[in-house]
Design a protein around this ligand. Structure first.
Ligand code: GLN
Length: 457
C-alpha cells in the first residue's frame, strides 16, 4: 500500500487517480495486517486496489467523471466494493473514466483524459489509455495499484485493457451486482476485474461476484473457485474463429496477432475451427440504439434536485429552466448526444423503427452465439480492438462521433448477448504498442474462459 501511494504521487501526469484516499488506504492496510496476523486472511486481504469512479464508495467523492455529480459523496457502498472490502482489499482511491462510462478514450471526463503509461514513438501527444475505464487500465499498467475495478457496457473493460497491455474480464451479465454502481445502460452494464495476470483476474472476480438481493438482475448462482479452474489444460477444447470479425482495413499486426493466438491454443492441444456469427455486422448499430435509450432513461434522475450540480437561476426562472440549465451545464457533449439519441429512439413515433428493431437484432445476435455453443464450441477467439491505442485528440468527435464508436466493433456483441469476455495482452503493434486478444465464453463459465485465456499468457 505504501509503495502504491508513493507511485500514485509520482504519476500525477497520467491523470489516472482522480480522488486518492491515502488515509483510508493506510487504515485498511493496518486492518488487513491484523487480519493476516490473526490467521484470518481471505484471498484479497491486503491487496491495494483502485476503484473506477462509477462505483459508490461510502464517504468518498463519486462523480462518474461528470460535472453534474459535482462533489457527490454517497452514504452507501456498492455491493461489489463492499464484497472486496469484506475480503480484505485496500482502497487506494477513485479512478478516472469517461463521463458516465460513455466513451472509448477517456477524453469525455470532467477531470480531463487519463493517459497510458505507454509512449508512442515520435509523438509528444499522450496516448489514450482507452475507455471508459481508462484510469483503471492506466493505473494497473503503471503499477499504481495491483488491480482495479472496471465496468463494461460495450467494451469498457476489455478495450482499455487491450490498449495498455493488461488483463480485463467482463463477466456474464448478472455475475456481479450492479447495486451502487452509477447506471449507464442497465441491461448491458457489468463490473469486472482489471489485473496484471489471468490468475489475478480469477481471484478478484471470486471476491467481487455473488448474488445480491438488492439487484434483481444479479443471478442466484454459486460462485465457483475460479482460480482452481486454471489447470493449464485446454486439450480437446474447441475454439471458434468467427469469419465476420475479419473486418475491412484490419491492420496486418492485428491479423498476425489473431493467427498467432490461434496457433498458441492449437499448440496447447485445442482444436481451432472456423465459425460464423452472421448477425455481427448489426451489433454496433443495435448497441448504439439500445445503450443510449437506456442511458436517456437512467440519466433523467440528474435534475439539479437530488444530486450534485445545480445551475444558477435567473429571476423568474421556474423548475423547467432549472432542469434545462442544470442539465445543459452538467452533462458533457457526448452524454448530451446519448440522451438526445436515446430519447429520440424511444419516442412514440420512432420506437418501433429503432428501439424495437434493435431489440430484435439483439435477440438474433444472442442466438448466433447460442448456436455455436450448442454445436460444441467452448470459446471464441477474436482481436479485442481493431487498432492499437491512438493519441489523445486523434479522433475528431465533433466532426464524426461514429469514428469513436467503431472502436467497439469487436466488444459490443458480448454485452448484447450477456456473455463473459476477456482481453489478454498478446503482442505488440508495428509501433511497439500493446494489443489484446479477446476470448468469449459460455454464460457462467468464466472459470473455463479464464483457463483458456491463461494458455495465451
Ligand atoms: N465505448 C462504448 C460506449 O461509449 C462502451 C462504453 C462502456 O463499455 N461503458 O458506449
Amino acid at each position: 500500500t505504501d509503495a502504491c501511494l508513493t507511485a500514485i504521487e509520482g504519476a500525477r501526469d497520467l491523470n489516472a487517480v482522480v480522488t486518492p484516499t491515502p488515509e483510508k488506504a493506510l487504515e485498511m492496510a493496518d486492518a488487513a495486517d491484523a487480519r493476516i496476523k490473526a490467521g484470518d486472511a481471505a484471498p484479497m486481504t491486503g491487496i491495494p486496489l483502485g476503484i473506477k469512479d462509477l462505483f459508490c464508495v461510502e464517504g468518498v467523492r463519486t462523480q462518474a467523471a461528470s460535472k453534474i455529480l459535482d462533489n457527490f459523496t454517497p452514504r452507501y457502498e456498492s455491493t461489489v466494493t463492499a464484497n472486496l472490502w469484506a475480503s480484505g482489499a485496500v482502497m487506494l482511491g477513485k479512478l478516472n473514466m469517461d463521463e458516465f462510462a460513455m466513451g472509448s478514450s477517456n477524453e469525455h471526463s470532467v477531470y480531463g483524459p487519463a493517459l497510458s503509461p505507454w509512449k508512442a514513438e515520435s509523438s509528444n501527444r499522450g496516448l489514450t489509455a482507452g475507455g471508459s475505464s481508462g484510469g483503471s487500465a492506466s493505473s494497473v499498467a503503471a503499477d499504481l495499484c495491483l488491480a482495479a475495478t472496471g465496468t463494461d457496457t460495450g467494451g469498457s473493460i476489455r478495450q482499455p485493457a487491450a490498449f495498455t497491455g493488461i488483463v480485463g474480464l467482463k463477466p456474464t451479465y448478472g455475475r456481479c451486482s450492479r447495486w451502487g454502481i452509477v447506471a449507464f445502460a442497465s441491461s448491458l452494464d457489468q463490473a469486472g476485474p482489471m489485473t496484471k495476470t489471468v490468475r489475478d483476474a480469477a481471484i478478484m472476480l471470486g471476491a467481487m461476484a455473488g448474488h445480491d438481493p438488492k439487484d434483481s438482475t444479479s443471478a442466484d448462482i454459486v460462485v465457483p473457485d475460479f482460480e482452481a479452474a486454471l489447470t493449464g489444460d485446454i486439450r480437446g477444447k474447441r475454439i471458434g474463429i468467427p469469419k465476420e470479425y475479419r473486418v475491412e482495413g484490419m491492420p496486418a499486426s492485428i491479423e498476425k496477432l489473431w493467427e498467432d493466438g490461434a496457433a498458441m491454443l492449437r499448440d496447447a492441444g485445442a482444436e481451432v475451427v472456423d465459425i460464423s456469427l452472421p448477425h455481427t455486422k448489426y451489433a454496433l448499430p443495435a448497441y448504439y440504439v439500445i445503450a443510449p435509450a437506456e442511458a436517456s432513461s437512467n440519466l433523467s434522475r440528474y435534475d439539479g434536485v437530488k444530486y450534485g450540480h445545480r445551475a444558477k437561476l435567473a429571476q423568474g426562472d421556474g423548475i423547467t429552466e432549472m432542469y434545462e440549465k442544470t442539465r445543459a451545464e452538467g452533462f458533457g457533449p457526448e452524454v448530451q448526444r446519448r440522451v438526445m439519441l436515446g430519447a429520440y429512439v424511444l419516442s412514440a413515433g420512432y420506437y418501433d423503427a429503432y428501439y424495437k428493431k434493435a431489440q430484435r437484432v439483439r435477440a438474433l445476435i444472442k442466438r448466433d452465439f447460442e448456436e455455436v455453443f450448442a454445436a460444441g464450441i467452448d470459446a471464441i477467439l477474436t482481436p479485442a480492438t481493431p487498432s492499437a491505442a491512438f493519441e489523445i485528440g486523434a479522433i475528431d468527435e465533433q466532426a464524426d462521433p461514429i469514428q469513436m464508436y467503431l472502436n467497439d466493433v469487436f466488444t459490443v456483441t458480448v454485452n448484447l448477448a450477456g456473455l463473459p469476455g476477456i482481453s489478454v495482452p498478446a503482442g505488440l503493434s508495428g509501433k511497439g504498442l500493446p494489443l489484446g486478444l479477446q476470448l468469449i465464453g459460455r454464460p457462467w463459465e468464466e472459470g473455463d474462459l479464464l483457463n483458456t485465456a491463461h494458455a495465451l499468457e
